[in-house]
Design a protein around this ligand. Sequence first.
Ligand code: GAL
Length: 334
Amino acid sequence: MKKIIALALVLVMVLSLAACGSSGSSNDVKTYKVGVAIYQYNDNFMTLYRQEIENYFKTLETDTVKYEITMVDGKNDMGEQTNQIDTFITQKMDVIICNLVQTSSAEVIIDKVVAAGIPLVLINREPLGDNGDESYPGIINNDKVCYVGADARQSGTYQGEIVLALDNKGDINGDGVVSYVMVVGDPENPDAQYRTEYSVKALTDAGVQVKELVKNVGNWDQTKGQEIVAAALAQYGDEIEVVFCNNDGMALGAAAAIQAAGRTVGQDIYLLGVDALDECQEMVQKGTMTGTVLNDHIGQSHTAVDVAVKALNGEPMDNYYWVDYVKVDASYFG
Ligand code: GAL
């Protein structure tokens, strides 16, 4: 009898061990470590973007594949971000997604991540050379590094085209010249450089004469946008016909300044932004903003994650992935 009980016990133990080894055990789940470095959390557009990175990774999880995301705030400080990347390397991340604080530091970051054998997906800020106007064909040249972004020239051109589509082509006072204020995001950032240049270029290419009254740096920030435009309105008053802002955050500030100065968008002044934040889309629909350009954070974040997953699966990446902008003016809403 004792023998039978002992045998039964052994059998139970063997069976339960076997059950442990089958599906559901942690051994069957592959967890990838993903490091995401954002230039600054305090940024309207990048907040939408980073939240979508997390959401989308979640949707790709299965019973056997998980993504452990460590996301960090660079606080607009390149030194801080470099330390964060060093920590990611020490933590042996399986892939790193990085929104550079300074594009001029691209080479340093790329070199160290590549040396650590970790795939790198750069997002939102296109890495430029030290002279500030050339892509880095020599640096993004292996299949473990890529850039996912939108061509900022297109967004600038769309801003200009929205003005050109107006009956008076932006020339409210009929003096033959479009007098404008330019609110610049960040002079080191290619998005800001290209939007500044191409918005005006669209007008001049179409034969429209322009006059720049004020050009000032607002660092993508709503309060700074408001200050710049309030000062410009105080100085130039009715002379200002168009306010170009490199992003919607600053355009929201500009809108407040325009209202405070007793001016009316669509009647005696035009206001343009980029990003198509929800509140700005509503303003365009209501006519309190002339136009904006959709900076597709869904398309960009999904592409960045899809490419990161490709790299995790050992597949080569292309060096560049581009996502289109979309023009948003009154006609966009039908
Ligand atoms: C731009 C965006 C801005 C700001 C910037 C940060 O693409 O339009 O609002 O988020 O990126 O680099």
